[in-house]
Design a protein around this ligand. Structure first.
Ligand SMILES: *[C@@H]1O[C@H](CO)[C@@H](O)[C@H](O)[C@H]1NC(C)=O
Length: 112
């Protein structure tokens, strides 16, 4: 009984975490996990949109790509991505984000 109750609590907590909304630069606390939409894929990283015009940048090393892999082979504009805030300077409206939730790296298949 208490077990079920606890797992329900954890479950709703997870849902809450999943729905974390980043709608101002002041909300961008280190480690915050939220969803964003890729605005632009560049060779050195991805520009990501959040709510209210808030933007963040994930540099190439934070995309989970293999060294020889193009960012554009895994990501495209409009794609919804889960991001983790690495660091933010609200005063200068800069947010560094990562697509990696943990230090373990994903691989992707090299093309060509
Ligand atoms: C984001 O990362 C770059 C490169 O590591 C660094 O120069 C910059 O200061 C960082 N910006 C913020 C807002 O932490």
């Amino acid at each position: 009984m208490s077990c079920i109750f606890l797992s329900c609590l954890l479950c709703s907590l997870q849902v809450k975490l999943k729905l974390a909304i980043l709608s101002s630069y002041d909300d961008a606390t280190d480690g915050l996990i939220t969803h964003g939409w890729i605005k632009k894929v560049e060779t050195h990283g991805c520009l990501v949109n959040f709510y209210n015009g808030v933007q963040g940048f994930a540099c190439r090393s934070e995309l989970g790509l293999d060294p020889g892999c193009e960012a554009s082979s895994m990501y495209h504009a409009g794609q919804v991505v889960k991001c983790r805030v690495l660091s933010a300077v609200p005063a200068s409206r800069r947010i560094n984000i990562s697509f990696l939730m943990s230090p373990t790296r994903r691989c992707c298949i090299k093309v060509g």
